[in-house]
Design a protein around this ligand. Sequence first.
Ligand code: PLP
Length: 420
Amino acid sequence: DSVSDNSVALGTESVASIHSAHSISENAIIVDLHTRKQTELQLIESMVAEHGAPLLLLNCDTVRHQYRSLQNALPGVTLHFALKPLPHPAVVATLLQEGASFDLATSGEVDLVREVGVPAEKTIHTHPIKRDRDIKDALDYGCCVFVVDSENELEKFIPYRDEAEVLIRLSFRNAAAFADLSKKFGCSPEAALDLIKKAKEWGIHVKGLSFHVGSQTMDAGKYVEAITRSGALIRQVSESGLPALSTLDIGGGFPVDYQENGHCIDEFCAPIREALGELPDTVKVIAEPGRFIVAPAMISVSSVMGQSVRDGKTWYYLDDGVYGSYSGVIFDHGAYPIDALHWEGERFPSVLAGPTCDSIDVIAEDIQLPALKNGDLIIARMMGAYSSATATEFNFFRKAKIVVFNDPRESEELFALQIG
Ligand code: PLP
């Protein structure tokens, strides 16, 4: 229809340039807001006029760009996009077009990739704890690779040993990550060896090892340590006469540049490439990036519902908050670059709060903003990962509508129309 056609056409240029201006420094956001083209303002305002606020503007071209950058930084590594940070069909369709593979963790995610038309061979199921129903749903779809980290979980695969294969997940603690996933999942290399022996006894095929060094890991040394230890275990397994392990899954965790320090993924991955080069040639390496692929691809647009002065600061109450798109403030240590859409005028110490009646619903306590009127717009960048995915509708505040730009499904539809 004409609304979405129009937004696709507008989005191609202007949303992309909003993103490209993001990655310099804290000031750059403001500089960018001062210098950006009128069309970008118009785009955001026209989207709000059309759809209302709050909105999330999802740019599939940014998803493409992120996927390509990580693939270039990790040549030869098969990237399985982890759906959880942004399980949206447009993202799946974009990545499918790019040749990506996918990492699933629930039957809902299985349904989503199936609906978009992802071939099952491109998927793995990496939730370390599953119900029998979860295993069956994935197998019915054709996804045959699963992750286990305990004997209890391994035992669940005895009935499926002719069709399923498993990766053993190792634990490498990382307190500095946004989410230290090895606190909850994974086992020690010693316990993994025992599991591999048990799997042989039970006739279950162990395809390889996996780990996740923690989400938003800023220290590439954590990957190096985990790859080196996994490589040693892979060699030990072969030397013990157990069936050789053919795959190493180096997980997700690849960081994005929330702080705008000029972080470069290619440089970040240099030591990882070196460590991967030390693995036996027979080992195929895969990864499960989530955040890196989608974080920069979404901008949040919310509007001021009301305001009051409290203890010398102006509190602005937005129509989106930590129970909605800003849920990452609570669940994901989220600190997003936020500013007013109209930046003119002197700035004052302000507070940005969400719309619900709960006092935890505060997005930013110390933010310098120009004097805003009710109805003025606030935009936040880098909102693609773990934002809408973890949003609720507490107090019946509806989740922000996602407006998709450069959606490959639309161009396919258009193409089909032209040739139909
Ligand atoms: N794989 C697994 C098993 C995960 O649990 C997660 C995140 O929780 C990911 C991949 C994605 O990690 P990230 O978004 O840090 O890349």
